[in-house]
Design a protein around this ligand. Structure first.
Ligand SMILES: [Zn+2]
Ligand SMILES: [Zn+2]
Ligand SMILES: [Zn+2]
Ligand SMILES: [Zn+2]
Ligand SMILES: [Zn+2]
Ligand SMILES: [Zn+2]
Ligand SMILES: [Zn+2]
Length: 388
């Protein structure tokens, strides 16, 4: 009794078992034993797989490319697959197209919707299917001039400056329009108009200036009325006294005028004037003060002649505690004086007051001048003024 052995291909699935001396003989037919490929590709192939090998994987097998139908050996086909010109492939630009490999280059260059093309107007590159969108707003896209001038095609981005600066057909306003010039015409005519109309433009300009001047003085009056002192009391501060006094001494008739003030909101309009170096009887020795009645807004409603007591006070600017020694002068207007009649529109130079208000000598006393400044109060006794 000799012992039994299994086939060496037991693990692959051969169920053969017999005496050892019969194994070699079995292997000559064992389905699982490898033999050289019958096509001489040099591979060792188990008999059971040989048919598959010869048909599908043997590099020496004869086969055809499924796309171009040419005959190849298995190993040649491997090299052919991936370059077969008849294989349908998707376009690499992801346009969705599937075409024979041999047409791909032409497609990518000339047909693909996703190919890059240069805009023929601005030369920038765009994906083909966005080009139309781009053209609709391409800055270099040529447009006809809306004025139909001879410059027929103007790039979109240059149109504005063409119309503004170049177009010979655009109708332009004369640049003196705001001054009242009505001219309007094409550029060449405007240039000629400008040359020919210097004079009339100058007249228009000067008219405008005088209109504006009138407006300015109206505004100034309105402003002055808004800020007008209507208390009937003026405290007049005269700073830089020394310098003004020196000027008064060197210039004959040097007169300082106060801001105008009203005796009440709708009252008389007055102004004080001051001759530092004196005037009339006080010339050279005294400081003279006057009051002048100015043409006012409400003169027609007021009683004439002006008949209210006016007082002038020069302040003694003493330090506190000491009793100030102010200089006060006042007068009741004489109704027969022309100065107190209703003033005409032309303000006259006549005033009324005190040519010898205070002598230069007295001015130096007390503290009338302090910090190079004097203060004069002008007060109208309003008790008798009937307000309108
Ligand atoms: Zn076997
Ligand atoms: Zn083979
Ligand atoms: Zn092929
Ligand atoms: Zn494509
Ligand atoms: Zn473009
Ligand atoms: Zn034009
Ligand atoms: Zn003009």
């Amino acid at each position: 009794m000799s012992s039994l052995v299994y086939c060496i291909h037991y693990k692959e699935g051969c169920k053969w078992t017999d005496e050892l001396r019969k194994l070699q003989g079995h292997l000559n037919t064992c389905k699982y034993d490898a033999v050289p490929c019958t096509n001489q590709c040099a591979a060792m192939i188990p008999r059971v797989l040989m048919e598959d090998h010869l048909f599908y994987t043997c590099p020496k097998r004869r086969t055809r490319c499924e796309f171009c139908n040419k005959e190849f050996t298995g190993e040649m086909l491997e090299g052919h697959v991936g370059s077969c010109q008849y294989e349908p492939v998707f376009c690499e630009n992801k346009c969705g197209f599937k075409i024979h490999r041999r047409f791909v280059t032409n497609h990518r260059m000339n047909e693909c919707a996703k190919r890059l093309v240069a805009c023929r107007y601005c030369q920038k590159e765009f994906v083909y299917d966005t080009l139309q969108n781009h053209t609709a707003k391409c800055p270099r896209y040529p447009l006809p001039c809306p004025n139909r001038c001879e410059q027929s095609k103007i790039p979109r981005e240059d149109m504005e400056s063409h119309l503004k600066e170049e177009c010979p057909s655009v109708s332009l306003n004369c640049m003196f329009r705001d001054m009242g010039c009505k001219f309007k015409g094409p550029r060449f005519a405007l240039e000629q108009h400008m040359e020919e109309s210097t004079n009339s433009h100058l007249i228009l300009t000067s008219d405008l200036v005088s209109r504006q001047q009138h407006q300015i003085s109206t505004l100034q009056n309105a402003l002055q009325n808004l800020t007008l002192n209507t208390s009937g009391v003026l405290i007049w501060k005269i700073a830089d006294y020394a310098q003004k006094m020196a000027e008064a001494k060197s210039k004959e008739g040097y007169e300082l005028c106060s801001a105008p003030f009203n005796t009440s909101q709708y009252g008389y309009k007055l102004m004080a004037t001051l001759f530092l170096n004196g005037n009339g009887a006080g010339e050279g020795s005294h400081m003279s003060v006057y009051i002048r009645i100015l043409p006012g807004e409400y003169d027609s409603l007021l009683t004439w002649p002006f008949s209210h007591t006016v007082s002038f006070t020069l302040y003694d600017q003493v330090v506190s505690q000491e009793k100030p020694c102010n200089i006060v002068e006042s007068f009741v207007p004489d109704p027969s004086w022309k100065n107190f009649q209703r003033p005409s529109k032309e303000p006259d130079s006549l005033g009324f007051g005190f040519p010898r208000f205070v002598s230069h000598e007295n001015l130096k006393k007390q503290s009338y001048i302090k910090d190079d400044t004097i203060f004069i109060k002008v007060q109208v006794d309003s008790s008798k003024i009937v307000t309108v």
